[in-house]
Design a protein around this ligand. Sequence first.
Ligand SMILES: NC(=O)c1ccc[n+]([C@@H]2O[C@H](COP(=O)([O-])OP(=O)(O)OC[C@H]3O[C@@H](n4cnc5c(N)ncnc54)[C@H](O)[C@@H]3O)[C@@H](O)[C@H]2O)c1
Length: 326
Amino acid sequence: MKVLVTGGAGYIGSVTAERLLEAGHEVLVADNLSRGHRRAVPEGARLEVLDIRDQEPLARLMAAAGIECVMHFSAASLVGESMEHPGEYFDNNVTGMIRLLRAMGRVGVGRIIFSSTAAVYGEPGHVPITESDPIAPTNPYGESKTISERILDWHRRIHGLQYAALRYFNAAGASSNRGEDHAPETHLIPLALNAAAGRLETLSVFGQDYPTPDGTCIRDYIHVCDLADAHILALEHLGELEETTFNLGNGEGYSVREVIDVVGRVTGRRVPLRDAPRRPGDPARLVASAERARKLLGWRPQRAELETIVGDAWRWMERFPGGYGD
Ligand SMILES: NC(=O)c1ccc[n+]([C@@H]2O[C@H](COP(=O)([O-])OP(=O)(O)OC[C@H]3O[C@@H](n4cnc5c(N)ncnc54)[C@H](O)[C@@H]3O)[C@@H](O)[C@H]2O)c1
């Protein structure tokens, strides 16, 4: 299939582009390189440097390439930043979604897989979280993804759009050639690895008094290659799905301290730590029930062990110590 990957120069989009190519699909990447890296786009995929809000050029691009399906990764996705610049987040993520759908409509593309997030659930009442739990985002980032999901659903009802919204928990790990190189980096595993490698002076542990066994927050980490595989399964099943939203996580939670211990074991180095106050809006536990994805997509994470996830991220960092170097 000919697939447009928006945000394919970013972390999850580039790994998915790589796996799409391996599975025999054709890949066109549209990315404005605001946060992505030219070198992350796999050989064999064409990169068009384009902002997805540029509706007309985007429509022309899709028509010329004969695009049949879109995987929509591009977004602004830092929770803290969204609390400072909500307008930018709604513009990029919601205006982006609207313009993308209009461009798709213009050229008759009716299939899309969307990168949603656990942030749509806000502060969950219980774990593991299922897709039918209340949607109550607590920041503009989560709200922008919630609105995007609703926009998609209206297009399904009115125009028969086929879509799947994949709600990722914490993406981590790397493939052999592609990994996480965000600036600024806000994710625990690359930060802890950087601290272990001496590239970061200390790792801040935000909050030590949460109602969890060791007092630190618990999160569900999912390997980026398992996320990519879920996209390919969603693509294969898109026409026959009776549900549209899918949690993607391992169903296992690890505390910040447990992650740091694993980073210490994998790297054989000490992670220098600093206790810091809680960050507002950080829930104590976020753990997915991915039963629906298992049942309807046949998705089985193959790299669920935290050691595997951290080990793959570390190997990538050792191979590419400066990331993509741009
Ligand atoms: N990383 C995670 O743990 C996580 C968790 C839940 C959801 N998500 C979602 O998954 C998606 C991918 O996340 P990521 O970590 O790979 O992010 P990323 O920042 O690495 O990649 C996003 C890419 O989109 C591009 N982009 C941003 N705005 C654009 C625009 N208007 N037009 C064209 N390109 C644009 C950026 O340049 C970047 O290459 C995002 O939608 C994010 O919200 C990520």
